[in-house]
Design a binder for this molecule. Structure first.
Ligand code: MTE
Length: 347
C-alpha cells in the first residue's frame, strides 16, 4: 500500500443480475461450480461473469489447488444463503469473480495487484494447521479439518473498502469468528486477538524479496469485542467455492467495517492477549495506518482521501466513484463499540 501503481486491469463484465438477485439460484450455481471444478470441467459462466475465457483456462486448477480435501466438498455443497437484507447482504452489484480474484493485495506474493494471482501457483493448503495460543483454556495446534468440520458454512455479501480508496462487493463463504473463538474458551484476560499469516518462501515468492517492506509474518489484531461482533467473519470461500490462494486460502479474516488491511489472509496463528498486539501496517507507518482502521470518510490518509471510493469493476473509460460511508455502511452494527472514542485519534 505504500507504493502507488496505476491499476492495470482489463475491462470487466458485470455479474448477471440473476446471480445475486435470486439467492437460492445463486447458491445452486455455487454447488454446480463446485461439481464442475471437482470434475475438472469448465466453470458455469453465470456464476463468474460473462468474460470466462481467462477463467476457463485458469480457475479449475486454481480452485483444485485450494481444495484441501474431499470433506470440504460436502461442506461446500451445503452453504446457507445470505438473507436478502442488510447487514449480511448489500443489495449492490457484486464485483465480478474475475476482479475479486485478479486485483489483490497479498504482499507475500508481490506488491503489484496482479502478483498474487500470477505468482501463487505453488501455494498449497493441505496440510494446514493453526496454532491457538495465549489466554485460552484450550491452546494447541489444530488441523484445518478439526477447525472446520464442526462449523456450518454460510454466505455473507459484504462491502470491502481498501484504504487505497477502491472497493468491491464480495459474496464470501465462511462462518462467524465468534463461533471459532468460543470453542477455545478465552480466559477473562483475553482482551485482544492477534492473527498471523503463514511465511513460506517456497510458496510465497515475495517474502524473501529484497524489495519486501513487511517484517513477516503479516500480523493483524482486533479488540475482543470487535472479534466477537456478529459481522466479523472467517472466510473459507467466495462465490460459493473455495478461496483462491490470492484471496487468502484456506482461511482469512473479513472485517467489513474496517479498511481491507485488517482482513488478514492465510492465517496460521490466533493468539489471545491481554494487551494490544503489534500489527503490520501500524508498525510500518503509524501515522498512516492505525490499529483500529475503521472506515471513516472524515479521517483522511495522507495519500488517499477517504470520503470517496472507486467501486470495482472499472474500465479504462468508465470509473464509478461513490461516497464512502462511516464504518463502511455498517454503523448500526458497530458504532456502539467506539462510542467514547475520538475516531480522529483512534483511527
Ligand atoms: N493479508 C496478508 N497476509 N498480506 C497482505 O498483503 N493485504 C491486505 C489484506 N490482507 C494483505 C492481507 C490488504 S491491504 C487488503 S486491501 C486485503 O487483504 C485485500 O484482500 P483481497 O485481495 O482479497 O481483495
Amino acid at each position: 500500500m505504500l507504493i502507488k501503481k496505476p491499476a492495470d486491469i482489463k475491462p470487466s463484465e458485470i455479474t448477471p443480475e440473476s446471480v445475486y438477485r435470486n439467492r437460492r439460484q445463486f447458491m445452486k450455481e455455487g454447488a454446480t461450480l463446485l461439481a464442475a471444478t471437482a470434475a475438472g470441467s469448465s466453470l458455469p459462466m453465470s456464476a463468474l461473469g460473462q468474460d470466462g475465457d481467462a477463467l476457463k483456462a485458469r480457475a479449475p486448477a486454481e480452485l483444485r489447488r485450494s481444495a484441501p480435501a474431499a470433506w470440504w466438498e460436502t461442506k461446500f455443497a451445503n452453504i446457507k444463503p445470505a438473507p436478502d437484507s442488510e447487514p449480511f447482504y448489500t443489495g449492490e452489484s457484486l464485483t465480478p469473480y474475475r476482479d475479486v480474484t485478479s486485483y489483490n493485495n497479498f504482499y507475500e506474493f508481490g506488491m503489484d495487484k496482479s502478483d498474487p494471482s500470477r505468482r501463487s501457483g505453488e501455494f498449497k493448503v493441505d496440510p494446514w494447521s493453526i496454532e491457538i495460543s495465549g489466554e485460552v483454556a484450550r491452546p494447541g495446534t489444530y488441523q484445518l479439518e478439526d477447525i472446520l468440520k464442526p462449523v456450518d458454512l454460510e454466505e455473507r455479501i459484504y462491502r470491502l473498502r481498501c484504504v487505497e480508496a477502491w472497493s468491491m462487493v464480495i459474496p464470501w463463504t465462511g462462518f462467524p469468528l465468534a463461533d471459532l473463538i468460543s470453542r477455545f474458551e478465552p480466559t477473562s484476560k483475553a482482551k485482544y486477538v492477534e492473527f498471523e499469516t503463514l511465511v513460506d518462501p517456497e510458496m510465497m515468492p515475495a517474502v524473501n524479496s529484497r524489495f519486501a517492506i513487511v517484517d513477516w509474518p503479516y500480523r493483524e489484531g482486533l479488540r475482543m469485542d470487535e472479534a466477537m461482533n456478529p459481522l466479523t467473519f472467517i472466510a473459507v470461500g467466495l462465490y460459493g467455492n473455495y478461496l483462491p490462494a490470492q484471496n487468502g486460502a484456506p482461511l482469512r479474516l473479513v472485517v467489513p467495517w474496517k479498511y481491507g488491511f485488517k482482513s488478514i489472509k492465510s492465517i496460521v496463528r490466533i493468539n489471545f492477549r491481554e494487551t494490544q498486539p503489534n500489527t503490520t501496517w501500524n508498525d510500518l507507518q503509524a501515522q498512516e495506518y492505525g490499529f483500529y482502521a475503521n472506515v471513516n470518510p472524515m479521517v483522511h490518509h495522507p495519500r488517499w482521501r477517504q470520503d470517496m471510493e472507486r467501486r470495482l469493476p472499472q474500465t479504462l473509460f468508465s470509473r464509478q466513484y461513490i461516497e464512502t460511508r462511516l464504518f463502511n455502511g455498517y454503523a448500526d452494527q458497530v458504532a456502539h463499540l467506539y462510542k467514547d472514542m475520538d475516531l480522529s485519534v483512534y483511527y
